[in-house]
Design a protein around this ligand. Structure first.
Ligand code: CTP
Length: 216
């Protein structure tokens, strides 16, 4: 079985020394890569800038990227041959419209940045998903969590969506623990209690493997 995983943040350059980024560490995605490899899968881990070292498993090939555009290119290359796609990356939705060649100097009292939309990696690949392929997305919502997650699942052609809890101490960005709710297209819900990201990853992988078409 082949798995494509996106993980970590993306950095969108502004000038030679600055970028727009986010607080994703890549921990959840790297834990998923390890859990899939432990089940015997071959994993392509497309990782944005994470401080985590490349996983040592020979079953995990790590492709390091920086921007959403680079992440899309690497993911699009691996997607057709992968049986399972897992989009755990926190992709920047927008990037600076212009990347300054020289360092931006401090001139006025205010500075306005123009941003343009990045490619939606999951949604774009989702349009070419074959019937036997299985896609899993992540969502982090602050209002109407279940409804927004369900909508995202349909929009991006996911088979499952993993909703990160924002309400619980110890869950989410930077933590070693996580608490998630998994939804499928039929609205069926599986709750995972607060536990280590490694345990959440193992639980998610067994859920995904159980849902895979019997032919794969
Ligand atoms: N995603 C992606 N490419 C993007 C944005 C998001 O592949 N440019 C993926 C994420 O990896 C995640 C899922 O889409 O699996 C949902 O990401 P999220 O940021 O919650 O969704 P958005 O589409 O950005 O929706 P919004 O910010 O409006 O809630």
């Amino acid at each position: 079985m082949h798995v494509l995983l996106t993980a970590g943040p993306t950095y969108e350059p502004l000038d030679p020394v600055r970028f727009l980024g986010n607080r994703s560490t890549g921990k959840m995605g790297y834990a998923l890569a390890a859990a899939f490899a432990a089940e015997g899968a071959e994993v392509t881990l497309v990782s944005g800038p994470s401080h985590l070292p490349d996983p040592a498993s020979p079953r995990i090939r790590t492709v390091r990227v920086e921007t959403a555009a680079e992440m899309f290119a690497a993911a699009a290359e691996a997607a057709p041959a992968a049986d399972v796609w897992v989009f755990a990356a926190a992709v920047a939705d927008y990037r600076p419209a212009h990347v300054a060649i020289e360092k931006i100097k401090k001139t006025g009292e205010t500075l306005t940045l123009e941003l343009v939309k990045n490619v939606d990696i999951a949604a774009t690949l989702g349009q070419s998903k074959r019937a036997e392929q299985f896609a899993v997305g992540f969502a982090l919502e602050t209002t109407n969590e279940l409804a927004h997650a369900q909508d995202k699942l349909h929009r991006k052609n996911f088979d499952l969506i993993v909703l990160n809890s924002l309400r619980d101490a110890g869950a989410g960005f930077g933590h070693d623990t996580n608490k998630v709710t998994v939804l499928d297209a039929a609205g069926q819900i599986v709750n995972f209690e607060l536990q280590s990201k490694a345990d959440v990853a193992r639980g998610l992988v067994s859920l995904i493997l159980a849902r895979l078409a019997p032919t794969s």
